[in-house]
Design a binder for this molecule. Structure first.
Ligand SMILES: Cc1cc2nc3c(=O)[nH]c(=O)nc-3n(C[C@H](O)[C@H](O)[C@H](O)COP(=O)(O)O)c2cc1C
Length: 437
C-alpha cells in the first residue's frame, strides 16, 4: 500500500427504480420492488472492499416543476422510492463487512423511534450501520408529516443539534457490559447498567432507556452532507463521514480544511471524520472509448434538461418550469439545499438557463474522472494528493450491473495495484474500517 490509501463509498440515489430509461438496466421498470439489483450491488462493492453504501432518501413525490407531479412520476425522478431501512436491512443480510448507511430525516422520525431503528439495524448487521443524518428541505415532505412547512434553514440545524444529543443519550442508555446472559444466575440484563435519559429540551422530550438494547458499535457511524456554513458546523460536531459536493480540487481542499478546522475548534480529532467527495467516473477500455462515453453522457444530459431541472427544483423548492430556458437566470433564494443552489447560480451571470444546465453536474460532480481504469486510478490519486484526503463517493446516474462490474473488475483492481485502496477489510465493524487510515 502507498503511504496513505483512501476510502471508497457509493452514494446510491434512493432505494427506487434508480436508472429508469438508462441502457443496460434490463427490466428494472417492473422488477424494482424486489431489490435484487441493490443486493447484487452490496455484494459487488463488498468484494471491491468499499467502506460503505449510502442510501439517499426523500419522503415525498416531487411537485415543484410546473406545480405538477407529472414529470417526476413519468421519468421516475426519485419516485417510486422504498423505505431505506428495509432495503438496508436486506443489504446487510447478504454481506458481512461493508457499511450500510440509510438516510433518515430528523423531521420525519421522533428521536426515540430513530434511535431504536438504527440500534436494531446495527445489531442485525453486527456493527455495520451508519445513519445519514439529514434535516430535510422540502415543504412537501414537511406536509406529509403533518407540518405546515419546513422550519427555517439554520433553525433546522439547531433542532438537529438537540436531536443528536437525544439519540446519543438513548444509545448510551445501555452501559457496556449491561447484557450478562448468565444461565446460572438467570440474569439476562444487569438493570443497574440501563438508565433513563429523561431529556426535556427546547424541541424534544423523551424518557428512555432504549428498549432495543445497545448498538454493537456503541454509537452508529454518523454521515452528513450539509454544505452551507451552518451545515458544515453541524457535520464538524457530529459526523464520522461527510458526503461532500464541491466543484474542483481547490474547492475540495478548502472544504475539507474548513471542516477539519471546525472539528478541532469543537475539540474533535480531525482525523476522526472522513470527507468523501462525490464523483461520477467515466471509464472506457481505451481513452477514446472513455471520451466517447463522456460525449454520450453530455448528449444525454442535454436531452434531459427538464428532468434535471425538475430534480434541482425538488431539492430547492423552486419551480424552474416557469423560467425561459434561453434567458439569463435572475437571483434565486432557497430554504432548501443552499449549497447546491449557490453552486448552480455562481456561474449564472450572463448565462442562459440552458447553458447553465449543459455543464451542471454532467460529467463531473466534485472532480472530473475520465479514462481507462488505470488512468482514472491515477487521476484519483492526484486528486487525493492535492486535497489531502480522504476518499470518494461514487454517484452514477446509470446504476446497472454493467456499471458495477466496470468498477469492481476494472477500476478497483487498478486502484489496488497502485496501493491506493484496501484489498481486504481489516475489521468486522464499520467504524473501525472507516477510521483505519
Ligand atoms: C451529496 C448530498 C447528498 C444528500 N443526501 C440527502 C438525502 O439523502 N436526503 C435528504 O433529505 N437530504 C440530503 N441532502 C441534503 C442535506 O442533508 C442538506 O439538507 C442540504 O444539503 C442542505 O443543507 P445546506 O444548505 O447546509 O447545504 C444531501 C445533500 C448533498 C450535498
Amino acid at each position: 500500500m502507498a503511504a496513505r490509501p483512501f476510502h471508497l463509498g457509493w452514494f446510491l440515489q434512493g432505494s427506487s427504480v434508480q436508472a429508469w430509461g438508462e441502457p443496460w438496466t434490463g427490466h428494472i421498470g417492473t422488477t424494482w420492488m424486489v431489490p435484487d439489483l441493490f443486493l447484487d450491488m452490496a455484494r459487488c462493492l463488498e468484494r471491491a472492499c468499499f467502506d460503505y453504501i449510502l442510501l439517499e432518501d426523500s419522503s415525498y413525490v416531487g411537485e415543484s416543476f410546473n406545480g405538477s407531479t407529472e414529470l417526476y412520476l413519468k421519468h421516475a425522478i426519485a419516485v417510486p422510492r422504498q423505505d431505506p431501512s428495509v432495503v438496508a436491512s436486506l443489504m446487510t443480510a447478504v454481506t458481512s463487512r461493508i457499511g450500510i448507511v440509510p438516510t433518515f430525516g430528523t423531521y420525519a422520525y421522533p428521536p426515540y423511534l430513530l434511535a431504536r431503528l438504527v440500534a436494531t439495524l446495527d445489531q442485525v448487521s453486527q456493527g455495520r450501520i451508519g445513519w445519514n443524518a439529514v434535516t430535510g428541505s422540502s415543504e412537501f415532505a414537511a406536509m406529509n408529516f403533518g407540518m405546515k412547512g419546513m422550519p427555517e434553514h439554520d433553525l433546522r440545524y439547531d433542532m438537529a443539534d438537540e436531536y443528536m444529543q437525544v439519540v446519543r443519550a438513548l444509545w448510551n442508555s445501555w452501559e457496556p457490559g449491561a447484557i450478562i446472559a448468565d444461565r446460572n444466575s438467570g440474569v439476562l440484563v444487569d438493570h443497574t447498567k440501563v438508565h433513563a435519559v429523561n431529556h426535556e429540551g427546547r424541541f424534544y422530550k423523551t424518557r428512555g432507556p432504549l428498549n432495543s438494547g445497545p448498538c454493537p458499535q456503541g454509537q452508529p457511524v454518523i454521515a452528513q452532507a450539509g454544505g452551507s456554513p451552518r451545515g458544515r458546523q453541524f457535520a464538524a460536531q457530529h459526523a464520522d463521514t461527510i458526503v461532500a459536493h464541491t466543484k474542483g480540487i481547490a474547492a475540495a481542499k478548502v472544504y475539507r480544511d474548513d471542516v477539519r478546522q471546525r472539528m478541532a475548534a469543537c475539540g474533535r480529532d480531525p482525523d476522526k471524520c472522513k470527507v468523501l467527495f462525490l464523483v461520477a467516473p467515466i471509464i472506457g477500455q481505451t481513452e477514446a472509448e472513455a471520451q466517447e462515453r463522456k460525449r454520450m453522457r453530455l448528449e444525454r444530459a442535454r436531452q434531459q434538461i427538464p428532468q434535471r431541472l425538475a430534480h434541482l427544483g425538488k431539492i430547492t423548492n423552486i419551480d424552474f418550469g416557469k423560467f425561459d430556458l434561453d434567458q439569463p437566470l435572475g437571483e434565486l433564494k432557497t430554504n432548501g439545499h443552499q449549497q447546491t443552489l449557490d453552486q448552480f447560480t455562481a456561474r449564472a451571470p450572463g448565462k442562459t438557463l440552458r447553458e447553465l444546465m449543459e455543464d451542471y453536474n454532467t460529467t463531473a460532480l466534485s472532480v472530473e474522472l475520465v479514462g481507462t481504469p488505470d488512468s482514472v486510478a491515477a487521476q484519483m490519486a492526484e486528486a487525493m494528493e492535492q486535497t489531502g484526503g480522504d476518499g470518494f463517493l461514487f454517484s452514477l446516474p446509470n446504476v446497472s450491473r454493467r456499471v458495477l462490474a466496470e468498477i469492481e473488475d476494472g477500476l478497483v483492481p487498478a486502484l489496488q495495484a497502485r496501493g491506493l485502496t484496501r484489498a481486504a477489510y481489516t475489521h468486522k465493524q464499520f467504524r473501525d474500517n472507516l477510521l483505519e487510515f
